[in-house]
Design a protein around this ligand. Structure first.
Ligand code: HEC
Length: 147
């Protein structure tokens, strides 16, 4: 009986590994060529720019730094989808495409930890902002928007 279970488990593991190898050949999410920078915000200060770069640019700019695991499916699919969606909502490298929310909501999005997303912070601890930095980024972005 145990032998049979071990045999079934081994077959499942092998099928899993084969599938993992096969999905690497699916082209979706493999193109990591960043589009050119079209237009940048008229930053109110270098500090605001630095904070946005640190916490937001990987998904909201054309300067995404793609980590090594972004080449491995199925993680590659999730990251690619996040960046494509992030850029389509807000792109610091294509500023003419506009600002996605009412300025009053920005503080909520940042302070409630909606942005940057929690799963991103897990892999990018340096993007974590403390309370003072969050305040600086919110005020700085609002000043930048109103310039
Ligand atoms: C890991 C990728 C990622 C990072 C990093 C990130 N965002 Fe986003 N952001 C997204 C995605 C994806 C969406 C689209 C969410 C949706 O439509 O469901 C989004 C949407 C938004 C929106 C639109 C409002 C909304 O709720 O739809 C704002 C504003 C925003 N992000 C601001 C920021 C700011 C400011 C930072 C940095 C502090 C940041 N984001 C960091 C991925 C990211």
């Amino acid at each position: 009986m145990t032998k049979k279970i071990i045999k079934i488990l081994s077959i499942l593991v092998i099928i899993g590994i084969v599938l993992l190898i096969l999905i690497q050949f699916i082209p979706y999410g493999k193109n990591h060529t960043n589009p050119p920078i079209i237009s940048s915000p008229n930053w109110d200060s270098p500090q605001t720019q630095q904070l946005a770069k640190r916490a937001c640019f990987d998904c909201h700019s054309n300067e995404t730094v793609w980590p090594w695991y972004s080449k491995i499916a199925p993680v590659s699919w999730l990251l690619y989808h996040d960046v494509a969606k992030g850029r389509s909502r807000l792109n610091f490298s294509d500023w003419s495409s506009g600002w996605p929310i009412e300025s009053g909501e920005l503080a909520v999005v940042i302070n409630e930890g909606e942005m940057p997303p929690a799963q991103y912070l897990l892999m990018h601890p340096s993007a974590r902002l403390n309370a003072a930095e969050k305040d600086q980024l919110i005020t700085g972005l609002l000043n930048t928007l109103n310039r």
